[in-house]
Design a protein. Structure first.
Ligand code: AKG
Ligand code: FE2
Length: 330
């Protein structure tokens, strides 16, 4: 058996045992390859078995985010699973309801199918080609806690690769911990966040890089840096394969409520922004001609008390490999 067959067989076995990440990799792989009949028969096989509700919910997720034509409308399937007491389905329904409440939608509105209307942005600074905006009350606190609790377990000290040895080493530019939220781990909550963040901050989620979770304890910081890349690097064949230049940064503050210090500061503009939990901060890294913008220099100042949690999204000018995995048939 060659390596590819072995990988595929392992995925199938793990998916059959109910491992959701293996299942997502397997199905997203089939969707990306246009093999919809494999997806169809996998769903049919598993709907009868012990993982019946998991499979119904997963089919609903495919319908909601990937254009899959399921047996029922995704919102009906989601409600059905929640009604049967499926824990994850209940969480997702409650997430939609909390989000609808945050948007001021009345209790009579169907939170699952209500159209998303982006909350307003507030200008923090607009100077020297840089526009910094804040969007307060973007995401409900249950989502923030969910991300902290789930992805938080994958936090590791931030490292950069030593060009001489290839070893991962601590680097003084970024003293914090970080974790990446890979596409096969996003699940319903992560995909909903991708969708709503893209609509709100006005970018195509397929141009995004993987979400990074950043965590800072007192004394930790992210020293002044640019998110954009040197133009030659961004537009080299390797850079273009990654989506080209990083044009936009969007940060979602996850809490916790009580941290002090840790503002996101723009030293060339002389401003620092303290973004409350659930709010977005958005700024451009390039000018109107797509060139790196000097005024976009920014830093995460040292935290002085409590813990700072942040989810960061770097957006490229073109589709990224992450974007292709995020939305295999979109
Ligand atoms: O921690 C911060 O406030 C800044 C984070 C940041 O600059 C980034 O993720 O690119
Ligand atoms: Fe940054």
């Amino acid at each position: 058996m060659n390596e590819q067959d072995h990988y595929q067989r392992t995925l199938m076995q793990d998916a059959d045992r109910g491992n959701p990440i293996a299942r997502n990799l397997l199905i997203h792989g089939w969707l990306g390859a246009g093999n919809t009949s494999a997806v169809d028969s996998w769903l049919k096989d598993h709907k009868g078995g012990a993982q019946h509700l998991d499979t119904v919910l997963f089919e609903a997720e495919l319908s909601c985010f990937h254009g899959w034509v399921g047996e029922a409308h995704w919102s009906e399937s989601l409600r059905h699973c929640a009604g049967k007491g499926h824990k994850q389905a209940r969480f997702i329904v409650s997430l939609y309801e909390k989000w609808a409440k945050l948007q001021g939608l009345g209790a009579t509105t169907d939170a699952l199918t209500a159209t998303w209307s982006s909350p307003p942005w507030r200008e923090v600074a607009a100077q020297d080609g840089l526009a910094v905006y804040q969007c307060l009350d973007f995401a409900p606190h249950t989502l923030l806690a969910f991300i902290r609790n789930s992805l938080g377990r994958a936090l590791r000290p931030s490292a950069v690769v030593d060009p001489d040895t290839g070893a991962a080493v601590r680097h003084p530019v970024r003293i914090n911990s970080a974790a990446q939220w890979f596409p096969e781990q996003l699940g319903w909550a992560g995909k909903l966040l991708e969708q709503r963040m893209g609509l709100t901050a006005n970018y195509d989620p397929r141009c995004g890089e993987v979400f990074s979770l950043l965590h800072y304890t007192p004394g930790e910081r992210y020293k002044a840096h640019y998110d954009c890349l040197p133009s030659e690097q961004a537009h080299s064949p390797q850079g273009m394969a990654q989506g080209g230049q990083r044009t936009l940064t969007v940060l979602l503050t996850l809490g916790d409520q009580g941290f002090e210090g840790g503002a996101t500061a723009f030293p060339r503009l002389g401003i620092d922004v303290h973004t409350p939990p659930g709010a977005l901060l958005r700024f451009n890294n390039t000018d109107d001609n797509g060139q790196p913008l000097r005024s976009s220099l920014h830093e995460g100042q040292p935290v002085t008390r409590g813990e700072k949690w942040l989810l960061s999204k770097w957006v490229r000018e073109q589709h990224t490999p992450y974007g292709a995995e995020l939305n295999p048939i979109g």
